[in-house]
Write a protein that binds this ligand. Structure first.
Ligand SMILES: [Zn+2]
Length: 288
């Protein structure tokens, strides 16, 4: 995520300047030349409002990254441990921005400890680590349940849903499965899985294709997802766990889990799928 995106800031300055000029000319024409002062005031106001998010990010990152948060990342997030110092700093910035801008709630008696919040933010930071311009939508609430839940959102015995993303609504996580996902490293990580759905759903479609993909890159993705879905349904034992055979959206989310948790195996057994993911995420997870 960008802290102070130069191009966007330049554009917002230009827009504020145009607004200032138009308002000044209108005030001079309607009232008098001395009323033109209102133009720069309105322009400055527009600039301050439109850059508020980035100014907050800059303020947020002036404080040092909390040492106890760093301990949690060191202990629980293998991806973070493997980063060099510069990349770690960028990862920590992404974690802090995510936590400051997303609303995370506990439900059904879950307690929101630092580790839970950090593992959700770490999942997001892993996915966007190679894409500095990427922005997570902040319109979705994130709700943490203590354990797996059922279709009625009850956490009774036998419930087996570890996470869920509603088309336009909240992202739900089971706290227990979220933590388990970061201890196994077996290609089953609900944090990565649900946030991969968010990326898929960005264009309003659950089609297994990243929502912000360039138009020319979409057709090869659609074809690849369809081929892998058919193959996964036909035979067992592939590099992607069986749940990938559910539909296109699940195939993408499971492939993302494998890309981050079993990258060497994914690259060896399915180099085409690996290459598509590496190109989209702009990361060579197997080569790290
Ligand atoms: Zn899913």
């Amino acid at each position: 995520m960008q802290i102070w995106p130069q191009r966007t800031a330049f554009m917002l300055r230009a827009i504020a300047a145009v607004v200032a000029l138009v308002v000044a000319l209108a005030a001079a024409a309607i009232h008098s030349l001395t009323a033109a002062w209102v133009g720069p005031v309105v322009g400055a106001f527009v600039y301050l409002v439109t850059t508020r998010k980035y100014r907050r990010r800059r303020r947020l990152l002036t404080a040092p990254f909390p040492e106890r948060w760093r301990d949690v990342l060191e202990r629980r997030v293998a991806f973070y441990r493997a980063l060099d110092p510069d990349a770690r700093r960028r990862f920590e910035d992404d974690v802090r921005i995510f936590l400051a801008e997303q609303r995370i709630f506990a439900d059904r008696g879950a307690s929101l400890d630092d580790e839970t919040r950090l593992l959700i933010a770490a999942s997001a930071a892993m996915l966007c680590h190679g894409m500095p311009d990427f922005e997570w939508p902040s319109l979705r609430d994130i709700v943490v349940y203590p354990r797996a839940f059922d279709e009625g959102y009850q956490t009774s015995n036998g419930a087996n849903i570890a996470g869920m993303v509603h088309a336009q609504g909240p992202i739900l996580f089971s706290q227990r499965e979220l933590k388990l996902g970061f201890s196994r490293g077996d290609g089953h990580n609900v944090g990565l899985h649900e946030l991969a759905h968010v990326i898929d759903f960005a264009d309003g479609r659950a089609d297994g294709v990243p929502g912000d993909l360039e138009w020319v890159a979409t057709a090869p993705w659609v074809a690849l997802v369809a081929r892998r879905l058919a193959a996964r349904r036909k035979r067992s034992g592939g590099v992607l766990r069986a749940y990938a055979g559910t539909n296109e959206a699940e195939l993408f989310a499971v492939a993302v889990e494998a890309f981050f948790e079993k990258p060497a195996e994914l690259r060896r057994r399915d180099p085409e799928l690996y290459a598509h993911l590496a190109e989209y995420f702009r990361q060579d997870t197997a080569g790290r």
